[in-house]
Design a protein around this ligand. Sequence first.
Ligand SMILES: [Fe+2]
Ligand SMILES: [Fe+2]
Length: 371
Amino acid sequence: MTMPMPQARGPLSAALLDALGTLDTASEDRTADLPALAERRIEEGTDVLRDNDLQLSLYCLYELYYGGLPGVPADAEWHPELIRLRRVLETAFETALRATVTLPDLPEPTAAAVSELLFALAAEDDGPSVSRFIGQKATLDQLREFLMLRSIYQLREADPHSWAIPRLPVGRAKAALVEIQADEYGGGRADQMHSHLFAVTMEGLGLDSTYGGYLDRAPALVLAANNTMSLFGLNRRLRGAVAGHLAAFEMTSSIPNSFYARGFRRHGFDGAVVHYFDEHVEADAVHEQIAARDLAGGLVEAEPELLPDVVFGACTVLALDALAGGEQLQAWKQGRSALYRPDRSSDPADGSPGTAAAALDAAALAEGVPA
Ligand SMILES: [Fe+2]
Ligand SMILES: [Fe+2]
């Protein structure tokens, strides 16, 4: 499942992709300057969550731990300079995430109190609702953009949280995580894997279902939401954050998926094309209970010191949903595409003219992407 090589978005990602692309030539290792270059970019005082160059660089480094990048040796995941670079970016990224999130008062470290807090946080969430817009108003081209942006995660759905399985103690939390992940991976049936169901939906709308096929279209905040999961999954000290993240993820899934299903049916899609959403309305109503009580709550009972990170992980889902969803909705409401394009910023302040449809068609024509 190697994704296509992405396009650089600035000096760091350009240098990183160049270094990765020449690692196997053995002529010259170009990774040595990368950590210092990243530090300089961060010291410029950039908004790390919205910095396309930094977020793409971190995404590419994380990809070495998943399906890899074309032409890059598999053992690049253990290259010391690349790990050093990853840690520079991760430190800045985690600092930015913690500065973005406001933690509520922490409850007693019991499963009941933790799940009650997580359900309350999800219920209070009044962020911008992409799902309502999809259900009621989105055009066909906006449905396609929605799928393209979601595809960065959904075509490898569940993988980032799976990193936590060996990092949890034997007991209730680990059993709960495996129970949820078993559903996400199709319960032993490849054609029921949620990543596969999402690919079917994409193909039903004429989109390319290659993993990472639309990475070049995803703005920084979408990459940041994906990088958050890898950050939590790949750092054992953050295993509490994985549990909280998955709990909030599942809690904010069932109802939105019913809106998504409605939006796609409004445009005449049904059956296998909408099955992904229907499946999540049911599955995640169950998953949210297991994730909140047994995974997040069970982990806090086993390791009470993880409570703040469990809550932090849950809050990052709500915060990044609000930021990325808000950016997406603002673009659509202004008649713009929500996709990233290298020739101009995806910043909402960018008032470039053009409809989502025109932008999508132009991008598709330019690069042969099915639209
Ligand atoms: Fe799923
Ligand atoms: Fe789920």
